[in-house]
Design a protein around this ligand. Structure first.
Ligand code: GLY
Length: 360
Protein backbone atom coordinates (compact mmCIF):
# COMPACT_ATOMS: atom_id res chain seq x y z
CA UNK A 1 0.00 0.00 0.00
CA UNK A 2 1.22 3.50 -0.82
CA UNK A 3 1.14 5.74 2.29
CA UNK A 4 0.04 9.28 1.50
CA UNK A 5 -0.96 12.03 3.97
CA UNK A 6 -4.74 12.24 4.30
CA UNK A 7 -7.21 14.88 5.42
CA UNK A 8 -10.43 13.43 6.84
CA UNK A 9 -13.82 14.87 5.94
CA UNK A 10 -15.85 14.04 9.06
CA UNK A 11 -19.44 13.27 8.13
CA UNK A 12 -20.37 10.40 10.44
CA UNK A 13 -20.81 7.17 8.55
CA UNK A 14 -20.17 9.04 5.29
CA UNK A 15 -16.73 10.28 6.40
CA UNK A 16 -13.88 9.84 3.95
CA UNK A 17 -10.20 10.55 3.35
CA UNK A 18 -8.77 13.04 0.90
CA UNK A 19 -5.32 11.66 0.08
CA UNK A 20 -3.02 14.44 -1.07
CA UNK A 21 0.55 14.31 -2.34
CA UNK A 22 2.73 12.67 -4.96
CA UNK A 23 1.43 9.13 -5.46
CA UNK A 24 -2.11 9.78 -4.21
CA UNK A 25 -3.54 8.24 -7.41
CA UNK A 26 -2.01 4.85 -6.57
CA UNK A 27 -3.26 5.15 -3.00
CA UNK A 28 -6.77 5.86 -4.30
CA UNK A 29 -6.59 2.82 -6.59
CA UNK A 30 -5.54 0.74 -3.54
CA UNK A 31 -8.73 1.97 -1.88
CA UNK A 32 -10.76 0.95 -4.94
CA UNK A 33 -9.10 -2.49 -4.83
CA UNK A 34 -10.20 -2.91 -1.21
CA UNK A 35 -13.90 -2.54 -2.14
CA UNK A 36 -16.22 -5.29 -3.43
CA UNK A 37 -16.91 -3.37 -6.66
CA UNK A 38 -16.88 -5.74 -9.63
CA UNK A 39 -16.48 -3.02 -12.23
CA UNK A 40 -15.30 0.56 -12.29
CA UNK A 41 -16.96 3.07 -14.62
CA UNK A 42 -14.25 5.67 -15.28
CA UNK A 43 -15.95 8.98 -16.19
CA UNK A 44 -13.19 11.19 -17.50
CA UNK A 45 -12.55 14.45 -19.30
CA UNK A 46 -11.52 13.21 -22.76
CA UNK A 47 -8.41 15.40 -22.97
CA UNK A 48 -7.28 14.36 -19.47
CA UNK A 49 -7.92 10.71 -20.27
CA UNK A 50 -5.54 11.05 -23.24
CA UNK A 51 -2.76 12.00 -20.81
CA UNK A 52 -3.48 10.01 -17.64
CA UNK A 53 -6.16 7.48 -18.56
CA UNK A 54 -3.91 4.61 -19.64
CA UNK A 55 -2.03 4.64 -16.32
CA UNK A 56 -5.30 4.66 -14.34
CA UNK A 57 -6.80 1.78 -16.34
CA UNK A 58 -3.53 -0.20 -16.06
CA UNK A 59 -3.53 0.47 -12.29
CA UNK A 60 -7.08 -0.90 -12.02
CA UNK A 61 -6.14 -3.94 -14.15
CA UNK A 62 -3.15 -4.69 -11.93
CA UNK A 63 -5.47 -4.63 -8.92
CA UNK A 64 -7.88 -7.05 -10.59
CA UNK A 65 -10.61 -4.48 -11.28
CA UNK A 66 -12.40 -4.43 -14.63
CA UNK A 67 -13.17 -0.97 -15.96
CA UNK A 68 -15.15 0.80 -18.66
CA UNK A 69 -14.23 4.26 -19.96
CA UNK A 70 -16.73 7.08 -20.51
CA UNK A 71 -15.28 10.22 -22.04
CA UNK A 72 -16.66 13.71 -21.54
CA UNK A 73 -16.31 16.70 -23.86
CA UNK A 74 -13.74 19.20 -22.52
CA UNK A 75 -14.50 21.60 -19.65
CA UNK A 76 -17.91 23.18 -19.24
CA UNK A 77 -19.15 21.59 -22.51
CA UNK A 78 -19.39 18.29 -20.65
CA UNK A 79 -21.49 19.76 -17.84
CA UNK A 80 -24.90 19.27 -19.43
CA UNK A 81 -27.96 17.09 -18.88
CA UNK A 82 -27.79 15.53 -22.37
CA UNK A 83 -24.16 14.50 -21.76
CA UNK A 84 -25.09 13.03 -18.36
CA UNK A 85 -27.98 11.07 -19.95
CA UNK A 86 -25.63 9.69 -22.61
CA UNK A 87 -23.02 8.62 -20.05
CA UNK A 88 -25.66 6.92 -17.88
CA UNK A 89 -26.93 4.98 -20.93
CA UNK A 90 -23.38 3.91 -21.76
CA UNK A 91 -22.66 2.75 -18.20
CA UNK A 92 -25.93 0.82 -17.89
CA UNK A 93 -25.31 -0.89 -21.23
CA UNK A 94 -22.20 -2.43 -19.60
CA UNK A 95 -24.30 -4.28 -16.96
CA UNK A 96 -23.29 -1.95 -14.16
CA UNK A 97 -24.54 -3.18 -10.75
CA UNK A 98 -25.28 -1.44 -7.44
CA UNK A 99 -22.03 -2.59 -5.81
CA UNK A 100 -19.98 -1.17 -8.71
CA UNK A 101 -18.18 2.13 -8.54
CA UNK A 102 -17.82 5.32 -10.55
CA UNK A 103 -14.35 6.90 -10.74
CA UNK A 104 -14.20 10.57 -11.76
CA UNK A 105 -10.99 11.66 -13.50
CA UNK A 106 -10.28 15.21 -14.63
CA UNK A 107 -10.72 18.84 -13.67
CA UNK A 108 -13.57 20.33 -11.65
CA UNK A 109 -16.08 20.18 -14.50
CA UNK A 110 -15.47 16.48 -15.20
CA UNK A 111 -15.58 15.43 -11.56
CA UNK A 112 -18.81 17.46 -11.01
CA UNK A 113 -20.36 15.39 -13.81
CA UNK A 114 -18.91 12.08 -12.59
CA UNK A 115 -20.34 12.67 -9.11
CA UNK A 116 -23.71 13.67 -10.57
CA UNK A 117 -23.80 10.50 -12.68
CA UNK A 118 -22.95 8.42 -9.57
CA UNK A 119 -25.70 10.09 -7.57
CA UNK A 120 -28.33 9.26 -10.24
CA UNK A 121 -27.29 5.78 -11.39
CA UNK A 122 -29.49 3.13 -9.78
CA UNK A 123 -30.62 5.88 -7.34
CA UNK A 124 -27.06 6.47 -6.16
CA UNK A 125 -23.88 4.39 -6.22
CA UNK A 126 -20.44 4.83 -4.66
CA UNK A 127 -17.87 7.02 -6.35
CA UNK A 128 -14.26 8.06 -5.92
CA UNK A 129 -12.37 10.97 -7.47
CA UNK A 130 -8.99 11.68 -9.02
CA UNK A 131 -8.96 15.47 -9.58
CA UNK A 132 -6.23 16.44 -12.03
CA UNK A 133 -6.45 20.24 -11.81
CA UNK A 134 -5.32 22.46 -8.95
CA UNK A 135 -8.84 23.90 -8.68
CA UNK A 136 -10.26 20.39 -8.48
CA UNK A 137 -7.79 19.32 -5.80
CA UNK A 138 -8.30 22.28 -3.48
CA UNK A 139 -12.02 22.80 -4.03
CA UNK A 140 -14.29 21.08 -6.55
CA UNK A 141 -13.55 17.43 -5.78
CA UNK A 142 -13.87 17.81 -2.01
CA UNK A 143 -17.25 18.15 -0.33
CA UNK A 144 -19.68 16.23 -2.52
CA UNK A 145 -21.22 18.99 -4.64
CA UNK A 146 -22.08 17.58 -8.05
CA UNK A 147 -24.00 18.95 -10.99
CA UNK A 148 -24.33 20.45 -14.42
CA UNK A 149 -25.11 23.77 -16.04
CA UNK A 150 -28.47 24.53 -17.63
CA UNK A 151 -29.64 27.37 -19.88
CA UNK A 152 -30.52 29.49 -16.84
CA UNK A 153 -27.04 29.31 -15.36
CA UNK A 154 -24.08 27.41 -13.97
CA UNK A 155 -24.54 24.59 -11.45
CA UNK A 156 -28.29 25.10 -11.15
CA UNK A 157 -28.97 21.35 -11.31
CA UNK A 158 -27.12 18.93 -9.08
CA UNK A 159 -26.91 16.90 -5.91
CA UNK A 160 -24.89 16.53 -2.74
CA UNK A 161 -23.29 13.10 -3.05
CA UNK A 162 -20.13 12.53 -1.05
CA UNK A 163 -17.36 10.43 -2.61
CA UNK A 164 -15.86 7.45 -0.73
CA UNK A 165 -12.31 8.73 -1.22
CA UNK A 166 -10.45 11.46 -3.10
CA UNK A 167 -6.90 11.19 -4.46
CA UNK A 168 -5.24 14.56 -5.07
CA UNK A 169 -2.07 13.43 -6.81
CA UNK A 170 0.25 16.42 -7.11
CA UNK A 171 2.06 14.55 -9.90
CA UNK A 172 -0.94 15.31 -12.16
CA UNK A 173 -0.33 19.05 -11.83
CA UNK A 174 2.93 18.95 -13.82
CA UNK A 175 0.90 18.53 -17.02
CA UNK A 176 -1.47 21.45 -16.35
CA UNK A 177 -1.28 24.42 -18.75
CA UNK A 178 0.28 27.42 -16.93
CA UNK A 179 -2.91 29.45 -17.21
CA UNK A 180 -4.95 26.71 -15.53
CA UNK A 181 -2.40 26.41 -12.74
CA UNK A 182 -2.65 30.16 -12.11
CA UNK A 183 -6.44 30.00 -12.13
CA UNK A 184 -6.30 27.23 -9.52
CA UNK A 185 -4.12 29.47 -7.34
CA UNK A 186 -7.06 31.91 -7.11
CA UNK A 187 -9.01 29.20 -5.23
CA UNK A 188 -5.94 28.61 -3.04
CA UNK A 189 -5.85 32.33 -2.17
CA UNK A 190 -9.61 32.29 -1.53
CA UNK A 191 -9.37 29.30 0.80
CA UNK A 192 -6.41 30.75 2.68
CA UNK A 193 -8.28 34.04 3.14
CA UNK A 194 -11.37 32.26 4.47
CA UNK A 195 -9.76 29.81 6.84
CA UNK A 196 -5.96 29.84 7.09
CA UNK A 197 -4.47 33.35 7.51
CA UNK A 198 -0.94 32.02 8.07
CA UNK A 199 -1.17 30.22 4.71
CA UNK A 200 -2.13 33.56 3.13
CA UNK A 201 0.97 35.11 4.68
CA UNK A 202 3.14 32.22 3.41
CA UNK A 203 1.71 32.78 -0.09
CA UNK A 204 2.61 36.47 0.13
CA UNK A 205 6.22 35.53 0.96
CA UNK A 206 6.71 32.80 -1.63
CA UNK A 207 3.68 31.89 -3.78
CA UNK A 208 3.76 28.65 -5.83
CA UNK A 209 3.83 29.77 -9.46
CA UNK A 210 4.05 26.30 -10.95
CA UNK A 211 3.74 22.67 -9.95
CA UNK A 212 7.44 22.34 -9.06
CA UNK A 213 7.17 24.53 -5.95
CA UNK A 214 8.37 22.46 -2.96
CA UNK A 215 5.57 23.60 -0.67
CA UNK A 216 2.75 23.00 -3.16
CA UNK A 217 1.66 19.63 -1.66
CA UNK A 218 1.51 21.16 1.83
CA UNK A 219 -0.36 24.19 0.44
CA UNK A 220 -2.93 21.88 -1.16
CA UNK A 221 -3.34 19.86 2.06
CA UNK A 222 -3.91 23.04 4.07
CA UNK A 223 -6.62 24.16 1.64
CA UNK A 224 -8.25 20.73 1.81
CA UNK A 225 -8.14 20.92 5.62
CA UNK A 226 -9.98 24.27 5.56
CA UNK A 227 -12.59 22.89 3.19
CA UNK A 228 -12.96 19.60 5.09
CA UNK A 229 -13.57 21.52 8.31
CA UNK A 230 -16.23 23.71 6.68
CA UNK A 231 -17.98 20.80 4.93
CA UNK A 232 -17.96 18.75 8.15
CA UNK A 233 -19.82 21.57 9.90
CA UNK A 234 -22.20 22.49 7.10
CA UNK A 235 -22.46 19.84 4.41
CA UNK A 236 -25.51 21.29 2.65
CA UNK A 237 -24.58 24.98 2.74
CA UNK A 238 -27.12 26.08 5.32
CA UNK A 239 -24.60 28.57 6.68
CA UNK A 240 -20.81 28.52 6.88
CA UNK A 241 -20.20 26.61 3.65
CA UNK A 242 -21.47 29.64 1.76
CA UNK A 243 -18.25 31.43 2.78
CA UNK A 244 -16.55 29.26 0.12
CA UNK A 245 -18.44 31.43 -2.37
CA UNK A 246 -16.19 34.37 -1.43
CA UNK A 247 -15.55 36.22 -4.69
CA UNK A 248 -18.17 34.17 -6.52
CA UNK A 249 -21.23 36.46 -6.67
CA UNK A 250 -19.64 38.92 -9.07
CA UNK A 251 -17.14 36.28 -10.22
CA UNK A 252 -19.89 34.02 -11.59
CA UNK A 253 -21.62 36.95 -13.27
CA UNK A 254 -18.34 38.01 -14.93
CA UNK A 255 -17.71 34.40 -16.00
CA UNK A 256 -21.11 34.04 -17.67
CA UNK A 257 -20.97 37.54 -19.18
CA UNK A 258 -17.52 36.89 -20.61
CA UNK A 259 -18.97 34.03 -22.69
CA UNK A 260 -16.64 31.73 -20.73
CA UNK A 261 -13.52 33.37 -22.19
CA UNK A 262 -12.25 33.72 -18.62
CA UNK A 263 -11.42 30.61 -16.59
CA UNK A 264 -13.39 30.16 -13.37
CA UNK A 265 -10.41 30.92 -11.14
CA UNK A 266 -9.68 34.12 -13.06
CA UNK A 267 -13.24 35.28 -12.33
CA UNK A 268 -12.81 34.36 -8.66
CA UNK A 269 -9.73 36.60 -8.66
CA UNK A 270 -11.74 39.54 -10.03
CA UNK A 271 -14.66 38.66 -7.75
CA UNK A 272 -12.47 38.65 -4.62
CA UNK A 273 -11.09 42.08 -5.50
CA UNK A 274 -14.68 43.31 -5.87
CA UNK A 275 -15.69 41.70 -2.55
CA UNK A 276 -12.75 43.38 -0.80
CA UNK A 277 -13.64 46.70 -2.39
CA UNK A 278 -17.20 46.44 -1.05
CA UNK A 279 -15.88 45.30 2.36
CA UNK A 280 -13.58 48.34 2.56
CA UNK A 281 -16.19 50.80 1.28
CA UNK A 282 -18.77 49.56 3.80
CA UNK A 283 -16.32 49.95 6.69
CA UNK A 284 -15.88 46.25 7.39
CA UNK A 285 -12.24 45.88 6.52
CA UNK A 286 -9.02 47.93 6.30
CA UNK A 287 -7.97 49.28 2.91
CA UNK A 288 -4.45 47.85 3.42
CA UNK A 289 -5.95 44.33 3.10
CA UNK A 290 -7.30 45.13 -0.34
CA UNK A 291 -3.78 46.29 -1.30
CA UNK A 292 -2.33 43.00 0.01
CA UNK A 293 -4.86 40.93 -1.93
CA UNK A 294 -4.19 42.89 -5.12
CA UNK A 295 -0.43 42.47 -4.70
CA UNK A 296 -0.68 38.69 -4.19
CA UNK A 297 -3.10 38.10 -7.08
CA UNK A 298 -0.93 40.23 -9.39
CA UNK A 299 2.19 38.38 -8.29
CA UNK A 300 0.42 35.14 -9.24
CA UNK A 301 -0.39 36.54 -12.71
CA UNK A 302 -4.14 36.63 -12.05
CA UNK A 303 -6.46 39.32 -13.46
CA UNK A 304 -7.42 42.08 -11.00
CA UNK A 305 -8.70 44.69 -13.50
CA UNK A 306 -10.64 44.59 -16.73
CA UNK A 307 -11.68 47.88 -18.37
CA UNK A 308 -13.88 45.97 -20.82
CA UNK A 309 -16.33 44.73 -18.17
CA UNK A 310 -19.94 45.70 -18.86
CA UNK A 311 -21.15 46.98 -15.48
CA UNK A 312 -24.89 46.95 -16.28
CA UNK A 313 -24.81 43.48 -17.81
CA UNK A 314 -22.89 42.05 -14.82
CA UNK A 315 -25.27 43.66 -12.33
CA UNK A 316 -28.25 42.29 -14.27
CA UNK A 317 -26.73 38.81 -14.01
CA UNK A 318 -26.22 39.08 -10.25
CA UNK A 319 -29.84 40.27 -9.85
CA UNK A 320 -31.13 37.29 -11.88
CA UNK A 321 -29.08 35.03 -9.60
CA UNK A 322 -30.41 36.82 -6.51
CA UNK A 323 -34.02 36.19 -7.58
CA UNK A 324 -33.39 32.44 -7.36
CA UNK A 325 -32.31 32.63 -3.75
CA UNK A 326 -34.36 33.71 -0.79
CA UNK A 327 -33.33 36.55 1.45
CA UNK A 328 -31.84 39.09 -0.89
CA UNK A 329 -28.22 39.79 -1.73
CA UNK A 330 -25.70 37.07 -0.98
CA UNK A 331 -22.36 38.83 -1.15
CA UNK A 332 -19.70 37.14 0.93
CA UNK A 333 -17.78 40.01 2.51
CA UNK A 334 -14.84 40.07 4.87
CA UNK A 335 -13.76 41.75 8.07
CA UNK A 336 -10.20 40.58 7.46
CA UNK A 337 -8.13 37.44 7.02
CA UNK A 338 -10.03 34.47 8.43
CA UNK A 339 -13.40 36.26 8.55
CA UNK A 340 -15.82 35.85 5.66
CA UNK A 341 -19.57 35.94 6.07
CA UNK A 342 -22.68 36.76 4.15
CA UNK A 343 -23.82 40.38 4.03
CA UNK A 344 -27.31 41.37 3.01
CA UNK A 345 -28.80 44.77 2.35
CA UNK A 346 -25.69 46.43 1.03
CA UNK A 347 -25.92 50.16 0.39
CA UNK A 348 -27.40 50.70 -3.07
CA UNK A 349 -24.56 51.24 -5.48
CA UNK A 350 -21.87 49.24 -3.63
CA UNK A 351 -21.69 46.41 -6.20
CA UNK A 352 -21.72 48.95 -9.05
CA UNK A 353 -18.83 50.85 -7.45
CA UNK A 354 -16.91 47.57 -7.07
CA UNK A 355 -17.28 46.76 -10.78
CA UNK A 356 -16.25 50.33 -11.65
CA UNK A 357 -13.17 49.73 -9.47
CA UNK A 358 -12.34 46.63 -11.55
CA UNK A 359 -12.75 48.69 -14.74
CA UNK A 360 -10.15 51.28 -13.73
N1 GLY B 1 -17.05 25.11 -4.24
C1 GLY B 1 -17.76 25.55 -3.10
C2 GLY B 1 -18.31 24.44 -2.27
O1 GLY B 1 -17.94 23.31 -2.46
O2 GLY B 1 -19.12 24.69 -1.42
Amino acid sequence: MTRIPAVRVELGERSYDVLAGEGAADALLDHVASTDAGRIAVVAAGNVFDIHGEAVIAGLDRRGKRSTVHRLPPGEQGKSLPVVGGIIDEILSEDFERRDLVLGLGGGAATDVAGFVASLLLRGVRWVVLPTSLLGQVDAAVGGKTGVNVRRGKNLVGTFHQPRAVGCDTGFLATLPAREFRAGMAEVVKTAWIGDPSLFEALERDPPKDASHPRLPETIRRCIAVKADIVSQDEREAGRRASLNFGHTLGHAIETESGMSYLHGECVSLGMVAALHISVETGRCEASLLERLLALLEDLGLPVRDPSLDTDAILARTRADKKRREGGDRYQLTRGLGFVSVARDLPAGAPRAAIEFLRR
